[in-house]
Design a protein around this ligand. Structure first.
Ligand code: P6P
Length: 336
């Protein structure tokens, strides 16, 4: 079997091949990967590690925090604040940004993350994950504020996720395609197991929480009804449905074999554009999906083009196989 390469060697080769990865970014990505390894160890302990259940607190979203949410957040903060690559961090679990303390050197990057996405699955042993996005700090002003983070997803320098499932897999892009690394637990190292990942443009598999059907907007209802009609309907083919309720796991399946994922606006919270967060869920996943030849919109516009105004703002998400995303988006425009 050919010799597999490590994450470090992959990043060094990317740096050498394209100059695509400045030294600071390579260091940052290796630190994030190491933090994900530590989170994987805590996640894998489950009940043995006293890490299941709720922490008895709520996050900025008003969601009950699980113990592992807080552990994962602390691991990412502690791993990243001393390295010198970052100016500040933002997390789903923290109300405001965390500026790198003065006792450490400040770098030129901003790191955003959902430290443990899919928390409702933690206690029932279903795959969960860490999602991260890297932006560059704009300008050379000293004091970093939340305004520095208000950049569209097209400005991401890197994005990725780690899925804690049957395998522990790190998926990464620096704008030159998508690579996947599987954690070799015996060596404790990330090993390249796929690169230049491609999402098929067509699919027969959709992912949506069907229990919200009565709350959807007409274009989404039309699209899903056509999928459900199968060969007897206008699509002329049968569809399959998957919903893991863990975005990382659903997106990983789509990167691995195609599919379309929808978490659209619905009338349960009419004043909110959607459930998922733009900055540290939709943007990194949209960057990965586009780099793999897929598409990602909020039903009408390209997610990566959206100009954020708030750190924790939400968005509707339709992503995956290009032709399906384009169909859903076309239905939204027709319904205008
Ligand atoms: P629902 C997990 O809480 C999450 O943010 C995503 O990972 C997932 O896709 C979605 O919410 C699941 O939401 O409403 O189906 O529980």
């Amino acid at each position: 079997m050919e010799k597999r390469i490590s994450l470090t060697q992959y990043l060094v080769e990317q740096q050498r091949k394209h100059g695509h990865i400045p030294g600071q970014l390579r260091l940052l990505l290796e630190v994030v990967a190491r933090a994900c390894k530590r989170i994987a160890i805590s996640v894998n302990k489950g009940a043995l590690g006293e890490v299941l259940g709720s922490a008895g607190s709520e996050n900025v979203q008003g969601e009950v925090q699980k113990k592992l949410d807080i552990i994962a957040n602390e691991v990412l903060i502690e791993a990243n604040e001393w390295g010198g690559a970052l100016a500040a961090m933002a997390s789903e679990e923290m109300d405001s940004i965390h500026v790198v303390p003065n006792r450490y050197p400040q770098g030129e990057y901003l790191l955003l993350f959902d430290p443990l996405d899919g928390s409702s699955n933690i206690d029932v042993n279903v795959s969960i994950g860490t999602i991260f996005s890297v932006l560059r700090k704009l300008g050379d002003h000293e004091s970093v504020t939340e305004r520095d983070f208000m950049q569209p997803g097209t400005r991401q320098a890197a994005a990725g996720y780690c899925v804690y499932g049957p395998q522990t897999t790190l998926v990464l892009t620096v704008g030159d395609g998508v690579a996947m690394f599987t954690l070799d637990r015996e060596q404790g190292s990330w090993v390249l197991t796929a690169e230049n990942v491609r999402i098929p443009e067509d699919t027969k598999e959709f992912a949506i929480n069907m229990s919200n059907k009565r709350h959807w907007d007409a274009p989404v209802t039309r699209y899903i009804d056509e999928c459900l009609a199968g060969t007897e309907g206008p699509r002329g083919k049968d569809f399959n449905m998957r919903w893991i309720a863990s975005m990382v796991a659903d997106v990983h399946r789509i990167l691995s074999r195609g599919g379309v994922f929808l978490y659209p606006w619905d009338k349960r919270e009419p004043d909110k554009p959607g459930k998922l967060r733009l900055m540290y869920e939709a943007n990194p996943m949209a960057f990965l999906v586009e780099q793999a030849g897929g598409a990602a919109t909020n039903g009408r516009e390209r997610i990566l083009d959206l100009q954020p105004s708030k750190l924790h703002e939400r968005v509707s998400v339709v992503l995956g196989s290009k032709n399906e995303v384009e169909r859903v988006t076309a239905y939204h425009h027709e319904a205008r």
